[in-house]
Design a protein around this ligand. Structure first.
Ligand SMILES: [Fe+2]
Ligand SMILES: [Fe+2]
Length: 468
């Protein structure tokens, strides 16, 4: 691990002068992007952050006060495995690729660019949230997520520079040029152009949208293109914290809402400054449905090609499956035909986006169970739930059709009529925003959210996580 170079890395960057020079040229552009588009207003403050200083299971996370622009972004890959093999697809068992397989060069570059684009996008979406944090603990978590998304951008840029030559360098520059929500140069995926301007959005985003990241990275961590697999494996260790922030954040909101509901016999939490459960449910519906879109079309020849080539596997391909070729099987899914929902059987390899999405949904359900337990613990019978996977989709088989929350086909008019019951309205968003008053006193917390059960890395909640 070379931590003292301009770009910390464990890829022997100093031995590849051309690559080192190219990345050192990209570095000031990254920093100027960070200064323009990173967290607004807190760049000079000391934040108690973890920094990766080793990729081993021990000690990869070093905690200290850091000013964000001085965070040691770097290039860290999991160690290479001796005689790594392609783990699935038509080349199953062949030696892993150390270079990009020629015929998949464009497709692979697209995968890396699309993944890379989400990292700076989310930083841009979350840029103003520091000003309305419910506590210093939450503010610190936000900034931790932000600097790590910055590092994930580095991870993808390393691959583009290191393995794709000229067009990779151009793509790396473009990653700093697109802007979340900008109509002229938007980010690639729609979930990353949606505003994330209040903390309920932030928690739902890190719960549902970062979790999509987990599944995409897990599928790429299986890749036969070894530099990609090793990069993604290390990113996943950091990603776990982002989902923790979202999952526990929502759990704390639900818990606080439940407490307020009990305080008020009419269970009207607005009067007490809480977030009503139906608004929480609408935010879940919104971010869950947008995040489902990120998996791509239900029936996809790309997914079949990537799998065949050994480039993008299934979730826990090695652990969960015995047949790594998957050339035979089929998968049955519901599609719309002549205005009706009917089952269709497709070759398994063409259904791998849907298979991955299914894994994701199972994981999200565990989050819902935890939040519902928070309701049970407070003695309430109300329950939160996930909408059906067909609800409010903009990509794939269900896009262009209207479904209710249970997944039944309905008319567009019916959908429009019910929309305000299912998705956040302007009034809902304004109400949530009205609660977003910053609380920055050590150990204090906003009224609409419960404190966490414990602090970060052995520190209590009452710790000065950000020195203002
Ligand atoms: Fe990330
Ligand atoms: Fe993340």
């Amino acid at each position: 691990m070379n931590l003292n170079e301009r770009i910390p890395n464990n890829v022997n960057l100093s031995e590849d002068k051309r690559l080192q020079r190219a990345l050192e040229k990209w570095l000031p552009n990254f920093l100027s992007w960070w200064n323009d588009m990173g967290p607004d207003g807190f760049q000079e403050k000391d934040v108690w952050l973890r920094t990766a200083i080793d990729v081993g299971s021990e000690g990869w996370a070093h905690f200290d006060y850091v000013k964000m622009p001085e965070y040691r972004w770097g290039i860290f890959l999991e160690p290479a495995q001796a005689d790594a093999k392609v783990g699935f697809g038509d080349n199953y068992g062949a030696p892993a690729y150390q270079e990009v397989p020629g015929e998949f060069r464009n497709a692979l570059r697209r995968i890396i660019v699309t993944q890379g684009d989400t990292e700076p996008a989310s930083v841009e979406q979350q840029r103003q949230l520091g000003h309305t944090c419910p506590s210093l603990y939450d503010m610190r978590n936000l900034f931790q997520v932000n600097v790590e998304e910055g590092r994930h951008l580095w991870a993808m840029v390393y691959l583009l520079h290191g393995y794709f030559g000229r067009d990779g360098r151009d793509e790396a520059d473009a990653l700093l040029e697109r802007r979340s929500g900008n109509p002229d140069k938007p980010r690639i995926l729609e979930a990353f152009n949606q505003p994330c301007d209040d903390w309920l959005n932030f928690f739902a985003f890190t719960m549902f949208t970062d979790r999509d990241g987990k599944y995409q990275l897990s599928a790429l961590a299986e890749s036969g293109f070894e530099p990609l697999a090793r990069t993604c494996r290390f990113m996943l260790t950091e990603e776990a914290h982002h989902m923790f922030v979202g999952d526990t954040g929502l759990s704390r909101v639900v818990k606080r809402t439940a407490q307020l509901m009990k305080q008020n016999p009419n269970e009207e939490v607005r009067a007490l400054g809480g977030i009503p459960l139906d608004i929480v449910q609408k935010y879940i519906n919104f971010w869950f449905s947008y995040s489902l879109d990120l998996f791509g079309g239900e029936i996809s020849s790309n997914s079949a090609d990537f799998f065949a080539a050994g480039l993008k596997g299934r979730f826990k391909e090695q652990e969960q499956y015995t047949d790594h070729v998957a050339a035979e099987g089929s998968f049955t899914m519901m599609v719309v035909e002549d205005g009706k929902l009917v089952p269709r059987e497709v070759p398994l390899r063409n259904a791998l986006n849907e298979v991955l999405r299914g894994e994701y949904v199972k994981d999200c359900e565990k989050g819902l169970a935890r939040w519902n337990k928070a309701l049970t613990d407070e003695g309430l019978s109300q329950r939160l739930s996930l909408p059906n996977i067909r609800f409010h989709r903009h990509v794939g088989e269900y896009a262009g059709h209207s479904f209710n929350i249970e997944g039944n086909l309905i008319s567009k008019e019916e959908f429009e009529g019910k929309k305000s019951e299912w998705l956040p309205t302007i009034e809902d968003r304004e109400y949530v925003r009205s609660l977003m008053k910053p609380v920055t006193e050590v150990g204090k917390i906003a009224n609409w959210i419960a404190p966490p059960t414990q602090g970060i890395k052995g520190k209590p909640f009452e710790f000065e996580y950000v020195r203002l």
